[in-house]
Write a new protein. Structure first.
Length: 279
């Protein structure tokens, strides 16, 4: 049994090495197609999160932004949460529809099927990485002007670890994406269910509000159980609070990420050969 698993692992690595250039090209194609025929092109990766932050700040600043004792700078606080949540939702939705969008190619040309959801996720990760530049500009603006409590922002070496929660979130998204991509082939309604779920999830994670604003104990527990909360909080600890990451949150988020990735790979492996018959 161990020998079989070793053979499967080596075969997977060989296949991935063989098609890694294709994965790179598919990722590049997805990035280009996302902003095709737009005037600003890939600059929308910079402008879009900035506009979202402005709109949400205007709408919610008077409701949640007044909690200065819990929130250092509300626009930047909101921006950090929105960045990670947008990557999660856009990537999982792209992975979910990847087989349907590429069905004609899949039926004609052999390519490892995991390339399609992975390329969708990685293309969104590129957009996410570009958005980090936008975050830096926003942070500098509020720090220099002191608007909305921006003078309370600080920076130190802990911010250099921002890539750790980003990597954990990426693994988590890959696992979720693989699961959703398989489910969507068998159950077409999953696309609409997931869209509604993501809308609900936006308000169930402290993006526009601070966790301490929730006064009901059991609601706080439900929010903390959500693995997305732990990843978001780790990111804020690095880039917003500039404090050491909580090892409890780090362990919890890592376990969720690797467990979800393992389940996603297992489900994908079990069903990948049958997918073409249901497209």
């Amino acid at each position: 049994m161990k020998a079989i698993k070793k053979d499967e692992a080596s075969h997977f690595i060989e296949t991935f090495q063989k098609y890694k250039n294709l994965l790179r090209e598919l990722t590049r194609k997805n990035v280009k197609l996302k902003y095709r025929d737009s005037w600003l092109g890939i600059l929308w990766s910079f402008v879009q999160p900035l506009l979202n932050m402005i709109v949400l700040t205007v709408v919610f600043s008077n409701i949640f932004g007044a909690e200065r004792k819990n929130i250092v700078c509300y626009p930047v606080y909101l921006f950090t949460g929105r960045l990670l949540f947008e990557f999660f939702t856009s990537s999982t939705k792209r992975a979910l529809s990847s087989f349907r969008a590429n069905a004609p190619i899949i039926k004609k040309v052999y390519v490892p099927k995991y390339m399609y959801p992975l390329s969708g996720i990685f293309s969104n990760f590129v957009t996410f990485a570009i958005s980090i530049i936008c975050y830096i500009c926003v942070w500098i603006f509020f720090k220099l002007t002191g608007i909305s409590g921006g003078d309370g922002l600080k920076i130190n070496y802990h911010a250099l670890l921002f890539f750790v929660p980003m990597a954990i979130l990426l693994l988590f998204v890959v696992g979720i994406g693989l699961i959703l991509s398989v489910l969507q082939v068998y159950f077409r309604d999953i696309e609409y269910i997931w869209d509604v779920f993501c809308t609900l999830l936006f308000y169930c994670v402290p993006i526009i509000y601070h966790l301490k604003a929730v006064t009901t104990p059991w609601v706080q527990i439900v929010i903390k159980i959500n693995p997305l909360y732990s990843m978001l909080e780790l990111f804020r600890q690095c880039v917003l609070y500039c404090t050491p990451m909580s090892w409890k949150l780090l362990l919890y988020a890592s376990v969720w990420a690797f467990a979800t990735l393992f389940v996603g790979i297992w489900i994908f492996r079990k069903k990948s050969d049958d997918l073409i018959f249901h497209m």
